[in-house]
Design a protein around this ligand. Structure first.
Ligand SMILES: CC(C)(COP(=O)(O)OP(=O)(O)OC[C@H]1O[C@@H](n2cnc3c(N)ncnc32)[C@H](O)[C@@H]1OP(=O)(O)O)[C@@H](O)C(=O)NCCC(=O)NCCS
Length: 198
């Protein structure tokens, strides 16, 4: 298996893997066109680390992280305002409540006073279901960790569900994450913020 940065012409495959790996997650409900816009914005941002794991040139999984956590999602929107406005209009007509959901989730840390968000953040790590449990996630994470260390990042954080999430929680625990705090995201989703020293 080989890990290298994702290129722009692979984003449609990234979206396909996202939809398969995260089939019940809120962001997936925004649709493939929104996800494409989001991941393209991610890839074009200079703070991002966006890696894919390949076997025989086939993408098996990916991870998307940023050296910056505070305000990162809003920075992506600001830098790609036209593309996100088009997506926003589409969602407004198809699922208006999803826009509120999106806004609340993008700003989910706002209410936690003691968290200065002084860490890099892992926004997404997903492996095609047929290749899960074969070491792809661990290889992706090891490469991500090395990239972030080279960029002088000292801590990496992420958010994940508290419930019905045993497999993913054991994955994160196995690679060295600890619970920083618990919080509730919109509308009533119990979450953990996890953290790992790099
Ligand atoms: C979570 C995910 C990225 C892990 O990647 P993966 O390639 O399946 O995981 P790996 O094979 O590298 O396993 C690494 C460790 O994770 C844990 N793990 C993996 N699969 C597991 C399972 N079915 N049950 C329990 N623990 C498991 C183990 O601790 C394992 O370590 P080990 O191999 O030493 O036992 C992947 O399963 C996935 O895409 N899940 C769906 C999307 C998702 O939930 N992403 C995280 C969003 S917050």
């Amino acid at each position: 298996m080989l890990v290298r940065p994702i290129s722009e012409n692979e984003l449609e495959i990234v979206v396909k893997i996202h939809l398969l790996a995260f089939n019940n997650f809120f962001l997936s409900k925004m649709g493939s066109s929104f996800l494409f816009t989001y991941y393209r914005a991610f890839l074009r941002n200079r703070n991002s680390v966006f890696l894919g794991c390949y076997q025989d040139n086939k993408l098996l999984g990916f991870c998307a992280a940023s050296t910056l956590s505070k305000g990162f999602n809003f920075l992506l929107i600001k830098q790609n305002l036209f593309a996100f406005t088009i997506q926003g209009i589409k969602v407004l007509f198809s699922k208006p409540t999803a826009l509120v959901h999106l806004y609340r989730n993008f700003s989910k840390n706002g209410s936690v006073q003691f968290d200065n968000q002084n860490y890099a953040e892992l926004y997404s790590i997903g492996v095609s279901p047929e290749f899960q449990g074969k070491g792809v996630g661990r290889i992706l994470f090891n490469n991500l960790e090395s990239s972030l260390q080279r960029k002088a990042c000292e801590q990496l954080s992420l958010t994940t569900d508290q419930f019905n999430n045993d497999k993913t929680l054991s994955f994160y625990k196995g690679i060295g994450f600890n619970i920083l705090y618990e919080f509730t995201s919109y509308p009533n989703r119990k979450m953990y913020r996890l953290i790992k020293k790099l």
